[in-house]
Ligand binder design. Structure first.
Ligand SMILES: Nc1ncnc2c1ncn2[C@@H]1O[C@H](COP(=O)(O)OP(=O)(O)OP(=O)(O)O)[C@@H](O)[C@H]1O
Ligand SMILES: [Mg+2]
Length: 420
């Protein structure tokens, strides 16, 4: 089965094609990355240019994979994204066990959260259940009780930006299979089994935005989009050194460091100013320009968690950094100092195939999209054509068939298994 992830970022568009075998092994068989055109801070601002970038990234990935991409999973970010943890309640009839339908009812109620403005729900991810006030229940089905409560993490996007994103993808001749929050996808790609059993914060520093996600035992407990990223670092350098932004980005990638003490004091970098004049700068000087912006980004990440869940050091056990902006030398150390927590760089884990191409912090989102698609496909194999579908015997609903009671059950069971 062919699965395609499409990360339409502010800096680059990446397509990853995965092949899922019936025994659940996910092979990356194609990848394509092109510079992104037509987006600002994660939002499509020029439809035609975005479509062209998508077309090129998909074309590259298809050429490597030798297969055609038809349906794609698309990552969503941008300042229009809203996240909130909402509460749902369902009364259970006395003497009855909690059924999947009760769970669904409680989740539906939580989903009715009134987002201000014109919003479309992207995710409704159950976090924790309570039965008759008893907290911390992961799977309430089959339990006895009269009152079922659930906390559901809702992620919604502005109707306009989501419509434009879909259009850009469809105009490239592709069908949108689903939308996934970028930071959620990145987490699915990089978290280790150990990290899935604790509370961790993922910070994906992209070009135009920084996406924050807190995973509690593998489930999304908080998410936020900060409208700052690596491009702002480049803009700071460009402004202060009076050089073009492209030159500033090149210099940042080559010589940049998040801490002046990590920059080589002997290193003198040559930068081209407008009109090809060469100017010399010392590397620590450059680090002093870079550091404040990165500190600001990390500070805003911390603040969003503090406000939603309580003090970061108490609620979170570890921080994982992904995205191109996290590749600045010394950022891990800066983050460790600032958060007072263990920090590591996140690279996509647990995939086979073109691992050398995709095992970079910049590819976490695209690989995570394919991972997400794979976990959904594995829950409902027959419905998604992973295994040859057997003919349904009359009167007996097939597992995974939408609408049938057992289908609902499968879906709910899947939610627990795959924490989405
Ligand atoms: N080695 C590097 N050192 C420092 N910065 C880097 C490096 N590589 C990439 N960057 C910066 O990372 C940013 C791009 O990151 P990434 O590819 O994750 O963004 P994106 O996914 O396209 O954007 P977004 O997620 O914001 O939509 C750019 O600002 C770029 O300058
Ligand atoms: Mg990104």
């Amino acid at each position: 089965m062919i699965l395609v992830g499409l990360d339409v970022g502010t800096t680059k568009v990446t397509a990853v094609i995965g092949e899922l075998s019936p025994d659940g092994i996910l092979d990356v068989i194609g990848e394509g990355t092109v510079p992104s055109q037509g987006l600002r801070r994660g939002v499509v601002t020029n439809l035609e240019r975005t479509t062209e970038s998508i077309r090129q990234a998909i074309f590259q990935a298809e050429r490597v994979a030798g297969v055609k991409a038809e349906r794609v999973w698309v990552g969503v970010a941008g300042a229009h994204v809203r996240s909130v943890t909402s509460h749902g309640l369902a009364a259970i009839r006395r003497g009855q066990q909690i059924t999947p339908a009760d769970v669904e009812r409680a989740i539906e109620q939580a989903k009715a959260y009134p987002f201000e403005g014109d919003y479309e729900l992207i995710h409704a991810l159950p976090l924790d259940f309570r039965v008759d006030g008893q907290e911390g229940i992961r799977d309430p089905i089959g339990m006895a009780g009269v009152r079922l409560e659930v906390d559901v993490h809702l992620v919604a996007g502005g109707k306009g930006p989501l419509t434009n994103l879909r259009k850009a993808v469809e105009n490239a001749g592709l069908e949108v299979e689903g939308l996934v929050l970028q930071a959620y996808a990145s987490g699915l790609a990089v978290l280790s089994p150990e990290e899935l059993s604790m509370t961790v914060m993922l910070v994906d520093i992209g070009g135009g935005t920084t996406d924050v996600a807190v995973f509690r035992q593998g489930r999304l407990a908080h998410s936020a989009v900060i409208p700052l990223g690596g491009d702002h670092v480049s803009q700071d350098i460009a402004k202060l050194l009076q050089i073009p932004v492209e030159e500033a980005e090149r210099v940042a990638k080559k010589y940049g460091a998040a801490l002046p003490e990590l920059a080589d004091p002997e290193l003198v970098l040559e930068v081209s100013q407008e009109g090809t004049t060469q100017i010399s700068y010392q590397a620590p000087e450059l680090a002093r320009i870079i550091r404040p912006r990165l500190r600001e980004i990390l500070h805003l990440a911390r603040q969003s968690v503090d406000e939603a869940l309580g003090p970061l050091e108490i609620t979170v056990g570890k921080v994982i950094l992904t995205g191109g902006g996290s590749m600045v030398r010394g950022l891990e150390e800066l983050a460790r100092k600032q958060f007072n927590l263990p920090v590591r760089m996140g690279k996509p884990l647990g995939v086979q195939g073109l691992t050398d191409v995709v095992a970079a912090p910049t590819h976490a989102t695209a690989v995570g999209l394919v991972r997400h698609a794979a976990s959904l496909a594995l829950q409902t194999p027959s419905a998604r054509g992973l295994r040859p579908a057997r003919k349904p015997s009359p009167g007996k609903p097939q597992p995974g068939s939408e609408g049938a009671a057992s289908g609902l059950w499968e879906r709910i069971k899947g939610m627990f298994k795959n924490f989405f």
